[in-house]
Design a protein around this ligand. Structure first.
Ligand code: ATP
Ligand code: MG
Length: 363
């Protein structure tokens, strides 16, 4: 059988620096674990604009639709700030998301014990935390019509419309339930069915999908405002949280701060299951291109390496190997390996991007 295929789009700023370490990790799996990938590389964002005058070449787009998974670094930077909107680096990423139809955004909030002091919460509330937020990414109030600023009598009115079809709710619910089957089997769905029609439909459809096709899943429902409160009060009560685009935007940022540094947070965006099996998928660190530290060898590669771990688990059915990689990261953090972003009040000397890669490979 052919090796699983992976398209690497390192992008701009610290993207190529952190991706360099991921490539070493991928090489390690091929060499030591007999898990070889068919890796291709291409340009995205400012790097693609510099080469082709477009932030995503059509050939790159076509390749992204063919491969089993795409791994992206970061796009953008001050050099491209004055470009026309149509060729801005971010447009490359938006095109990927749109044409791959990535409607399900997975953002884990995982707290490594060694970094529990970084959390905005008390250590015992977050130590060992491991939750996953599934956010609907392509519909809801960000896209619903009518929208705009209109004249109404002698004043203006700003309008957005929260709109969800049954099909849109159904497919993202399935993606959350599939995910939960690889975890604890527990999903909490969040909306505001008490005040929103879309929330009533959301709750109804999610429950129906569960009852029809996922009876093994333990499903609960919560109003999103209570969910926000519970997330900062006792986050370990959750495993998978399923929610819409707007609530997901807010709740996932909130969950991110439970864990500390931006340099630690991976993400995945999934589409419909393909004929081959696993869904179309794009994996990327939550952080951006970090122009302030680009080119200095200081960036933390862990968010990008953890994004590859997510790819192992969700695109390649290699949960054990993903756990192996995560355990190595846990080990080096416990042993005190710290890039500059992870330096606490106690001080010390930070290690470089490549040294963090060395440490993880060693572990
Ligand atoms: P975007 O608009 O793409 O979200 P941004 O400017 O909001 O980008 P980042 O590029 O993620 O955000 O950078 C925010 C801050 O976090 C910067 O000070 C950056 O140096 C720091 N940072 C981000 N990622 C990392 C990383 N992997 N390692 C160390 N520091 C990081
Ligand atoms: Mg940002």
């Amino acid at each position: 059988m052919a090796n699983p295929s992976l398209l690497i789009l390192a992008g701009d700023g610290i993207g190529p620096e952190v991706m360099e370490q991921v490539k070493r990790v991928i090489g390690w799996f091929g060499e030591k674990r007999d898990l070889a990938f068919d890796v291709s590389e291409d340009l995205v964002g400012g790097a693609a604009y510099d080469a082709h005058g477009t932030p995503l070449h059509d050939d790159t787009m076509a390749r992204a639709l063919e491969v089993d998974a795409v791994l992206l670094g970061a796009v953008g930077g001050p050099k491209y700030d004055d470009l026309d909107f149509s060729v801005k680096p971010e447009r490359g990423l938006l095109r990927l998301r749109k044409e791959m139809d990535l409607f399900s955004n997975l953002r884990p909030a995982q707290c490594f014990d060694a970094l529990a002091d970084f959390s905005s919460l008390k250590k015992d509330v977050v130590a060992g935390l491991d939750i996953m937020i599934v956010r609907e990414l392509t519909s809801g109030v960000y896209f619903g019509e009518p929208r705009g600023i209109f004249e109404e009598g002698n004043e203006r009115v700003g309008i957005n419309t929260q709109r969800y079809t049954e099909g849109e709710i159904d497919r993202v619910a399935r993606s959350a339930f599939e995910l939960a089957r690889r975890r604890s089997g527990k999903v909490c769905s969040m909306e505001k069915a008490n005040v929103m029609e879309s929330g009533i439909l959301w709750r109804e459809v999610v429950q129906k999908v569960r009852d029809t096709d996922y009876p093994d899943i333990e499903l609960s429902h919560m109003y999103a405002d209570n969910g926000a409160m519970q997330l900062v009060r006792a986050p370990k009560q959750f495993d998978v949280i399923l929610t819409d685009n707007l609530f997901g935007d807010i709740l996932s940022d909130c969950a991110a701060m439970l864990t500390g540094s931006l340099g630690m947070l991976p993400s995945a965006s999934l589409g419909k299951p393909t004929e081959k099996g696993p869904p179309r998928a794009l994996y990327e660190p939550v952080h951006g291109s970090a122009p302030d530290i680009a080119g200095q060898g200081k960036a933390n590669p862990i968010a990008c390496i953890l994004s590859f771990a997510m790819a192992l688990r969700y695109s390649f059915d290699q949960g054990d190997e993903a756990a192996r990689l995560e355990a190595a990261i846990e080990t080096v953090l416990a042993e005190g390996a710290r890039t500059a972003d992870l330096m606490g009040a106690e001080g010390g000397t930070p290690i470089s991007t490549a040294e963090m890669g060395d440490a993880i490979l060693g572990a």
